[in-house]
Unconditional design. Structure first.
Length: 348
């Protein structure tokens, strides 16, 4: 099969590799219909994360089940499934508490599982899925083609925006600021709107992203950053800041912006993968700020979010502004790296 491999900094190739096969009775093999490139894929692509030789990459996919192991009962060949960005048994003590990304037996795509068996990245044609019953979520029926981009967001990007909103405590009547105008930040705007936020401010400097933020539910857009940006937030929200701030980037500057934008007693939900972030806890203490976040437990959120996507209540797939065949995956990375695209969908 063909699979995306990161060979070196900004050196993405589509290589021919061995087809995956069933290894354990709890496995499934899924054939990709669509996958995509995530903002977090750009960290290793740019050399911000260390590379130890050629690395399979990709962690968002929808596709069709081709084979299942003898112990798999929840999916069958021919089912259309969503593949979350982490695999999990969904039965361990941590999964039962809704944090499947920390499953005691699970893991992430593109490396060996806990028994040493290789697990493919998801920017390829096929993937072996460990713990198929605990990981895969099938759709109610075969989806129409137009629905596929929206379903694909449920593998990571939309539940991650939703997780930021949940961690920050967004509820009916909340005031919200979203820091970051990438696909996760835009998803967070939509998630906050879905949860009933009263007023949403998106922090964005890029006109196409500002436009999509407004379509997703942002009432105001602020282009300023630093103290000027925080002052603009306070001006909108009674001079004190927002109830809930969603940090969707992962840099020290974005975290500082989030902390400055929250009102005393406010909460920050952070889902940007941290790179160089430092916290000044005494300042947080003095303002009674709450901070909660981490990798989104997609598997926990999927049943609820799938229903709203399936019936058309929300359309999170609008974050895809570039669609390419898998053959052109390198261009998809370049487009996102150069900010010519918000998020690239790969057809397989």
């Amino acid at each position: 099969m063909r699979a995306t491999v990161l060979h070196d900094v900004r050196d993405i190739r589509l290589d021919t590799v061995d087809d995956p096969r069933l290894v354990l009775d709890t496995d499934a093999v899924v054939r990709a219909v669509a996958s995509c490139i995530c903002g977090s894929d750009l960290w290793p692509y740019r050399g911000e994360n260390p590379l130890n030789g050629p690395t399979r990459i990709g962690h968002e996919l929808v596709g069709l089940v081709e084979q299942v192991g003898s112990d798999v009962s929840s999916v069958a060949p021919g089912d259309f499934v969503i593949v979350p960005f982490a695999y999990s048994d969904n039965t361990c003590a941590v999964c039962e508490r809704g944090i499947q990304t920390a499953c005691l037996h699970g893991g992430f795509w593109g490396g060996p599982d806990r028994e040493g068996h290789f697990v493919d990245g998801l920017q390829g044609e096929l993937v072996r899925v460990p713990f198929a019953d605990g990981t895969l979520v099938k759709t109610p029926a075969q989806p129409k083609e137009a629905l596929i981009p929206h379903l694909l967001t449920l593998a990571d990007v939309f539940p991650t925006g939703h997780h930021a909103a949940m961690c920050a405590g967004v509820a009916t009547g909340s005031t919200v600021v979203v820091v970051g105008d990438g696909a996760v930040g835009l998803s967070a705007v939509l998630a906050a709107k879905r949860l009933g936020a009263d007023q949403i401010v998106a922090m964005s400097r890029h006109e196409p992203r500002q436009e999509l933020a407004r379509r997703f539910g942002a009432d105001e857009v602020i282009a300023d950053r630093g103290e000027e940006g925080a002052a603009a937030v306070r001006e909108i929200f009674d001079g004190i800041g927002a109830d809930c701030v969603l940090e969707c980037v992962g840099t020290d500057d974005s975290m500082k912006q989030a902390l400055r934008s929250a009102r005393p007693g406010g909460n920050i939900g952070y889902v940007g993968v941290p790179h160089g972030v430092k916290l000044h806890v005494p300042a947080m203490f003095g303002r009674n700020l709450g901070l909660k976040g981490g990798p989104a437990p997609v598997r926990a959120y999927l049943p609820e979010l799938l229903q709203d996507v399936w019936d058309g209540t929300i359309a999170p797939g609008d974050v895809f502004d570039l669609t390419l065949p898998l053959d052109e995956v390198a261009e998809g990375y370049r487009a996102m790296d150069e900010r010519r695209a918000i998020k690239t969908l790969l057809t397989v």
